[in-house]
Design a protein around this ligand. Structure first.
Ligand code: HEC
Ligand code: HEC
Ligand code: HEC
Ligand code: HEC
Ligand code: HEC
Length: 361
C-alpha cells in the first residue's frame, strides 16, 4: 500500500501533518503508524485542512509568501497567535497613523512598507532591511515573515517535531531576530543603543523585555496533546502603548539641596534610548508653588530624537537643578510619555510624579 501523502509538499519541502509523536514511539510498523497518524490528523479540522491543502500546494505554491493562503498558524499556535494579533506587529500596515501617512504620500508605500509588510526576513538576511511583500500586506509583520525560510522551514529557538519543518536557530534568541527592522538607520533603531549598553553585556535581550517568558506548550490543538511545555515567550511585543511597560521605563527623584530643587531622571529599565521610537517624547515638567498654590517657577524639558537626539541612553542619569525663588513652598515634578511629540502634554501618559515641600529653617 502506498504511503498516503498527508503532506504539504512542494519542490523543496515537506510540510507534513506528521503523526503525533506518541504514535511514532509506540509503532513498530512505522508506515502503519504513519498512515494511522495521518488518518487521525485528517479528521482534525485544522490538520485535515492541512492535508486537503496538499493539492493547491502541490500545484505550485512554490513561493513561501503564498503559504499564508493555505496554512493558518493560529489554528495550532493559538495562544501565541492571540498575543500577536493584539500587538503592534499585527497592526503594522493597517495602523491608522501609518495609513494616514501613506494616503498623503502614496509613493512612500515602496520605501516605508518593507518593514511594515515585509517578505520573509530570512530571505533578505537578518542584517538587511526586508523586502516589500506583494500580498496580504494587511497582516503586517506576521508569523511567516519572522519565522519561515524559503524552503518552508520554520526557524525557532527549540529542537522540535512539528507538522511542518522546523529548525533550531539561535539567532531567534538574540537581537538578530529584531535587527532587520529595529536596527536600521537613525529612526528605526533600538539595536545600536542596546549594543552599547550593559544589557547587551548581561545578555538581557530585546526578547527579555518585550517577549516575557511563560512556561506552556506552544501549541493548543486537541489532535496534538503531546506537545511539551517549554519556556516559550509571549508574542505581545508591548511598547509605548502599554502603560505598565512605560511606567517601568524610568525613575524620577526630587530632593532639596542647598536652596535648590534637584530633580533626577534615570533611564533605569529601558534597554535602549528612552523614548525608544522616533516620534515619541518624554517630557519632564517641574513646577514650584508657593504656600497658596501659585506657580512661581515652571520648567519643561523634552527628550526626543527629533532635531538633536537628546534621549536618555540606557542607564543614563540626568540632574536638573533649579534655584528656589521662595523660602517655603512645594516642588512638583512630573514625567510624561507622549506617543507623538507634537501632542499637547495633557494627552501624555504619566510615568511618574514626585512632590516635596520645603521651608526656611
Ligand atoms: C517579530 C517577529 C516574530 C513574529 C511576528 C512572530 N514570532 Fe514567533 N518568535 C519570534 C522569536 C524571536 C522567538 C524566539 C524568542 C526567544 O526564545 O527568545 C519566537 C518563538 C516562537 C515559537 C517557539 C515558542 C516560543 O514562544 O518561544 C513559536 C511556536 C512561534 N514563535 C510561533 C509564532 C507564530 C505562530 C506567530 C504568529 C501568530 C509568530 N511566532 C510571530 C519572533 C516572532
Ligand atoms: C527599517 C524598517 C522601517 C521602515 C523602512 C519604516 N518603518 Fe515605520 N516603523 C518601524 C519600526 C521598527 C517601528 C516601531 C517604532 C520605532 O522603532 O520607531 C515603526 C513605527 C512606525 C509608526 C508608529 C506607529 C505607532 O502607532 O506608533 C509609524 C506611523 C511609521 N512607522 C511610519 C513609517 C513611515 C511613514 C515610513 C516611511 C517614511 C516608515 N515607517 C518606514 C520600521 C520601519
Ligand atoms: C498543524 C498544527 C501546526 C500548524 C498549522 C503550525 N504549526 Fe508550528 N508547530 C507545531 C508543533 C506541534 C510544533 C512543535 C512544538 C513544540 O514541540 O514545542 C511547532 C513548532 C513551531 C515553531 C518552533 C520551531 C522551533 O524549532 O523552535 C515555530 C517557529 C512554528 N511552529 C511556527 C509556525 C508558523 C509560522 C506556522 C504557520 C505558517 C505554524 N507554525 C503552523 C504545529 C503547527
Ligand atoms: C519585519 C520587521 C520587524 C521585525 C523583524 C521586528 N519588528 Fe518590531 N516592529 C516592526 C514595525 C513595523 C513596528 C511598528 C508597528 C506599528 O505600526 O505600531 C514594530 C513595533 C514593535 C514594538 C512596539 C509595539 C507597540 O505596541 O508600540 C516593539 C516593542 C517591537 N516591535 C519589538 C520587536 C522585537 C523585540 C523584535 C525581535 C524579536 C521585533 N520587534 C522584530 C517591525 C519589525
Ligand atoms: C531592559 C528592558 C528592555 C530591553 C532589553 C529592550 N527594551 Fe525596548 N523598551 C523597553 C521599555 C521599558 C520601553 C518603553 C519606553 C520607551 O519607549 O523607551 C521600550 C520601548 C521599545 C520600543 C518603542 C515602542 C513604542 O511604541 O514606541 C521598541 C520599538 C523597542 N522597545 C524595541 C526593542 C528592541 C528591538 C530591543 C533590542 C535591541 C529592545 N527594545 C530592548 C524595555 C526594553
Amino acid at each position: 500500500m502506498p504511503l498516503p501523502r498527508c503532506e504539504i509538499t512542494n519542490a523543496h519541502t515537506t510540510l507534513s501533518a506528521r503523526q503525533p509523536k506518541a504514535a511514532l514511539r509506540t509503532g513498530s510498523n512505522r508506515r502503519h503508524w504513519l498512515w494511522k497518524g495521518c488518518f487521525m490528523l485528517a479528521i482534525g479540522a485544522t490538520i485535515g485542512s492541512l492535508c486537503a491543502q496538499r493539492a493547491p500546494l502541490a500545484q505550485g505554491v512554490d513561493d513561501v509568501e503564498r503559504l499564508r493562503e493555505v496554512i493558518h498558524c493560529e489554528d495550532c499556535h493559538q495562544e501565541i497567535a492571540r498575543e500577536w494579533r493584539a500587538s503592534g506587529h499585527a497592526r503594522a500596515w493597517t495602523n491608522p497613523a501609518y495609513r494616514a501617512f501613506i494616503a498623503e504620500n502614496p509613493a512612500s508605500e515602496e520605501t516605508c512598507s518593507p518593514c511594515h509588510a515585509p517578505k520573509i526576513i530570512l530571505s533578505a538576511g537578518l542584517n538587511a532591511t526586508p523586502e516589500l511583500r506583494d500580498a496580504a500586506r494587511e497582516r503586517g509583520v506576521d508569523c511567516i515573515a519572522c519565522h519561515a525560510d524559503r524552503d518552508f522551514v520554520m526557524h525557532g529557538p527549540f529542537q522540535t517535531r512539528a507538522p511542518h519543518k522546523t529548525q533550531k536557530d539561535k539567532r531567534y534568541r538574540s537581537v538578530q531576530a529584531c535587527l532587520p527592522c529595529h536596527g536600521q538607520g537613525r529612526w528605526f533603531n533600538q539595536v545600536d543603543d542596546w549594543r552599547a549598553s550593559r544589557y547587551a553585556r548581561l545578555g538581557i535581550t530585546c526578547q527579555t523585555c518585550h517577549m516575557p517568558r511563560i512556561e506552556r506548550p506552544s501549541v493548543q490543538h486537541w489532535a496534538l496533546p503531546d506537545v511539551p511545555r517549554r519556556a516559550t515567550r509571549r508574542h505581545t511585543f508591548l511598547g509605548g502603548h502599554d502603560r505598565e511597560l512605560v511606567r517601568s521605563a524610568a525613575s524620577l527623584q526630587v530632593q532639596i539641596d542647598d536652596g535648590a530643587a534637584l530633580v533626577t531622571v534615570v533611564n533605569s529599565a529601558t534597554g535602549h534610548a528612552l523614548p525608544g521610537a522616533g516620534w515619541r517624547a518624554v517630557v519632564l515638567d517641574v513646577v514650584v508653588e508657593d504656600e497658596r498654590g501659585t506657580t512661581v517657577l515652571h520648567r519643561r524639558h523634552v527628550f526626543d530624537l527629533d532635531v538633536h537626539d537628546n534621549r536618555l541612553k540606557p542607564g543614563e542619569r540626568r540632574d536638573f537643578r533649579y534655584a528656589l525663588p521662595i523660602e517655603t513652598g512645594l516642588v512638583k515634578a512630573k514625567l510624561m510619555y507622549k506617543l507623538f511629540s507634537e501632542w499637547p502634554d495633557d494627552k501624555g501618559m504619566i510615568m511618574a510624579t514626585r512632590e516635596i515641600r520645603f521651608q526656611a529653617r
